[in-house]
Each structure stands twice: as structure tokens, then as C-alpha cells.
Ligand binder design. Structure first.
Ligand code: SF4
Ligand code: SF4
Length: 313
């Protein structure tokens, strides 16, 4: 079988599994990214996310992650929901409306790897989903799936940016795809709209100022200096994606696991305020909201709403 035929088979199977886009790049040292990552870490833009400092070499070279790696297969999985929350309620980032994406995507990647082994041969590989040692946006860009927008997200001209990025790194050689031009042009909507001015220059997000960092990653209290700036975001933040004109091309996902749960859709501010530990555990079993946990979510709700001076908070 020839290389183009391998690529065709893999693409067809990835699409069958529900991925919207698939691209290939040579598993090599990420030369362009190395100085950028170094500078970003030196500036402490990762805040207290100490795990970002680890695996520096592995992040830049997939051959250190998978023996004999030859190709990074990058895949996009749409999570844009058909239905949203009540507008006034504390807001949850759209990627977290349903089941934890790690499990959903890992299952698909396992199936894809199995398919490759069954139809192409004994291919060694490893799957990654939003995993610290892999710079997924850089690989997706290299694989021709989009460009890095000024908000730091991968933008695909056909579907916008509401998708997960995953990789299967394999020791199979495949023809790399060509990368895409940047179509942000003179637009600065995301930079202008960021509630905490975390996008400090095009494509550079100071993670330590980002609402996603405060509401998901930070274990301690959110600094009071940010009080009143979260615009109702209680878990993550989609502002810089919501304002992006390319996201008018977003279409609702077909993945039933990512659909909004009844509670997230229906709950009013009062309901969110009244969540008990028991309700949290039942409602958010297997959800990304388990990351901050019950105490973290309560902290976020209180912090987000205190701008309104609610007396009972
Ligand atoms: S996610 Fe929100 S806080 Fe973070 S950079 Fe985007 S707009 Fe700013
Ligand atoms: S909002 Fe504008 S500048 Fe920002 S990523 Fe989208 S197109 Fe690029």
C-alpha cells in the first residue's frame, strides 16, 4: 500500500469516528515554538500551573514521547452546542456543557489506532488529548488544520474554534500536509473584548490573567483585584471565541456526550447559588467541573456574583 493510500484510509476512518478535520505533520523538533515557549514561561505567564514547566524538551519533540515517532496525526472534534445556558446565570465554558472530553476522545483515538493496526500494519503509537507534554495547537497548525488566532486559539476557516484538538503520534511515515495562512488580518475583536486584558499581544495570552486559569486551575482564592471583571464567567471563559467572526461558521456538534446537561441549561442564578455538595456530585459526575470540584465552583460563583453586591453571598 502507498503513503497516499494510508493517509486516505486514516482520514476516512477519523471522519467516520466523528472528527471534523484530520491533518499530518512530520514528528520533528518544533523549532519555531521553542523560543516562544521559553519566553512565555520566563515571563511567568503560566502563573501557578507548575506542570507547564515540566517536560520542556518532550513538548518540543514528539520523538521523545514515542519511540521512532514519524508522524503527528492531528484531529479536531467539534463541541459547539446547539443549546446554551440561561444568559443571566453564572456561565460555564461551552466545552464543559457535557461529559469530560478526555474520556470521549481517548476512546475514539483508541479506535483509530486499532484501525491503523488492523488495516496498515504493526504501527506503534500514543494518543494525546489536551495533554501537557504536547503543544496541540502548534501541531494542528503545522498539519494544515488552521492558524493561531490573536486569541491564541487554533482557527479553522470552515468551523471556527469551538473544537477539541487531539493527537495520535505514530511511527508510521505519512505525507505531511501544508500549513495554512493566517486570516486574522486587522481584526482585534478578541483582544479588545477580553475582560481581564489577558491577551497582551497577538497570539500571546498571559495565562495568569485569564479567567479560565482563575476559575479552573487556581487552587487558592482569586485575587480581589479582579473583582467585578469576570462578566459572569464561573467556569472557564469563551469571550475571545464568542466575538471571533470565524465562529459564525460554528455548527452544533453531533456528539451526544457534549450536549448541554439539563441542569446547566435550566438552572437560574438562584439554583447555582443553592447547589449542595450532594447535588454537585450527582449532577457533575464525569463532567469537567470536577476539576475545581464543589468548593472551587462555590468559590467561583461567589466571586463572579459579588460584583452585584448580593447580600446573601
Ligand atoms: S478566555 Fe477570556 S479571559 Fe482568557 S484570554 Fe480569552 S477572553 Fe481573555
Ligand atoms: S477575533 Fe479577530 S483577531 Fe481574534 S482570533 Fe478571531 S479573527 Fe483573529
Amino acid at each position: 500500500m502507498s503513503l497516499p493510500l494510508y493517509a486516505k484510509l486514516i482520514r476516512e476512518e477519523a471522519l467516520r469516528l466523528g472528527f471534523s478535520h484530520v491533518g499530518f505533520s512530520k514528528a520533528d523538533f518544533l523549532e519555531e515554538e521553542a523560543p516562544r515557549l521559553e519566553k512565555w514561561l520566563a515571563n511567568n505567564y503560566h502563573g501557578k500551573m507548575a506542570y507547564m514547566e515540566r517536560w520542556f524538551d518532550k513538548r518540543l519533540d514528539p520523538r521523545l514521547l514515542v519511540d521512532g515517532a514519524k508522524t503527528v496525526i492531528s484531529l479536531l472534534l467539534n463541541y459547539f452546542p446547539a443549546e446554551m445556558q440561561q444568559q443571566d446565570a453564572p456561565q460555564i465554558s461551552k466545552y464543559a456543557y457535557g461529559r469530560d472530553y478526555h474520556d470521549v476522545i481517548k476512546e475514539k483515538l483508541k479506535e483509530l489506532h486499532f484501525f491503523i493496526k488492523a488495516n496498515i500494519g504493526d504501527v506503534n503509537g500514543r494518543a494525546f488529548v489536551d495533554s501537557a507534554p504536547v503543544l496541540d495547537r502548534a501541531w494542528a497548525k503545522k498539519s494544515g488544520l488552521g492558524w493561531i488566532g490573536k486569541n491564541g486559539n487554533l482557527i479553522n476557516p470552515k468551523v471556527g474554534s469551538f473544537f477539541f484538538i487531539a493527537e495520535l503520534i505514530v511511527d508510521l511515515e505519512l505525507q505531511p500536509d501544508a500549513s495554512m495562512s493566517d486570516f486574522c488580518g486587522t481584526c482585534t475583536r478578541c483582544m479588545d473584548a477580553c475582560p481581564t486584558q489577558a491577551i497582551i499581544q497577538p497570539q500571546v495570552v498571559d495565562g495568569s490573567k485569564c479567567i479560565s486559569y482563575f476559575t479552573i486551575e487556581l487552587k487558592e482564592n482569586i485575587p480581589e483585584s479582579y473583582s467585578g471583571q469576570f462578566k459572569n464567567w464561573t467556569f472557564g471563559c469563551d469571550t475571545c471565541q464568542d466575538v471571533c467572526p470565524w465562529n459564525k461558521f460554528s455548527k452544533p456538534t453531533n456528539e451526544k456526550d457534549f450536549k448541554i446537561s439539563g441542569e446547566i441549561k435550566e438552572w437560574s442564578t438562584k439554583d447555582w447559588l443553592e447547589i449542595t455538595q450532594e447535588i454537585f456530585e450527582t449532577t457533575f459526575k464525569g463532567s469537567p467541573l470536577q476539576r475545581p470540584g464543589f468548593d472551587g465552583l462555590k468559590r467561583n460563583i461567589k466571586f463572579t456574583l459579588q460584583r452585584d453586591g448580593k447580600p446573601d453571598l
